[in-house]
Design a protein around this ligand. Sequence first.
Ligand SMILES: [Zn+2]
Length: 436
Amino acid sequence: MPGTPDLSLTIYRGTTEIGGNCVELRAGPTRIVVDVGVPLIDSRGELFDTRSLKGKSKQSLLDEGILPNVPGLFRGDLHPDAILLSHAHLDHSGFLGQTQPRIPVYASEGTSKMMLAGSVFANGEEIPKKRFRKLQPGRPKTIGDFRVTTFPVDHSVYGSSAFLIEAGKKTVLYSGDLRLHGRNPEMAEQLLKALKNQTMDALLMEGTHLGGSRRQRVTEHNLDEQISEQVQRAEGLALVSFSPQHVDRLMGFLNAAKNAGRTFVADAYTAFVIYLVHRQLDLVDPSADEEIRVFYPYYFARKRRSKLHDMFRPRQITLDEIRQNPSDFLMMFRPSMLDSDFHGKLPDGATVLYSQWEGYLDRQDWQETERRLAASGGKLVPVHTSGHILEEDMVRFVREIDPRVVIPIHTLRPERLGDLCERVHRLENGQAYEVG
Ligand SMILES: [Zn+2]
């Protein structure tokens, strides 16, 4: 019947792994793809490195099963009508550069900004201007037979979204990555409120924490207090390591610096992220404000001079200045700076506040950082909370959405959702599912 197309969905990757999300939805002749993520782990069990894609043909990446085999997404004539990106993390967006350039890309403005920053500083891909279609919260967009409405959600990267996807009378909610214990719990509340009277045929629910070890509930506000306390307590140079695209975390460190009477020293990457969002979020302007200084790490300083080099020049600080009064500063740090900038020697008694996934601590560069810290009387202090929804919040979220089926995604333990919720429907990668 015209006007009431059937809606089907296929998860190409993500049914039994964390990361690599890629979902195709079909209604009538229209096809949209939600997220084009790289896997978090490669076939050797190591962290996936996007640099490993360089120099390989798309066909060989498809043959090796690295690219998901979505018809026309990477090559071929019949390409999907749109790509939707829920957020800028590489496990949701990292294959964008491999997709066919004629496919338009729908995302929030925040996601496009974070991807721009990632492309300049972190081997990421930006969304090309010609392909970018901005999604604005609460303003539905029509894409062929689909209607897509975006909701901002709280996650560990600025600009994250959930998508309500409708075709005819069928409705699907794609949670993206989200949490209820972040800086903006009202985002999820608004989403739940907006969908209160809506029948939901299917909910694609992120399940990163399904079946994991029980975690203490640490909200981003609890963490702000821990961070402030640690920065107050630090005696020498306070260093901090986290993803600058996690702007909610960044705000915690900016505040902690202020409270402790220290000056925040952004590296060029962090300064650029702050610059991109400072108006919306009422943050300091790293190209002008006295409260902030900008350090040019060796890899950035030696790059060909660009607008960025000039933009932050008025606030630039050198390591000599920092070494003279180390206890005046709270400074962004990453292990690559150990040799290239600190020449192997951290100032005595430095504290590194480690604010990201604990798994990275097993990497050789972090092990080396810990050794050098210990050698100079310093220490590493973990201060972190997850960007993903906790099990108890998942139960509440699913109950309030009250979907006909809930489909786990972005999880190693999809079966666990069945212990927590009713009407769970598990899919295999590549298996088509008729919605409703
Ligand atoms: Zn994510």
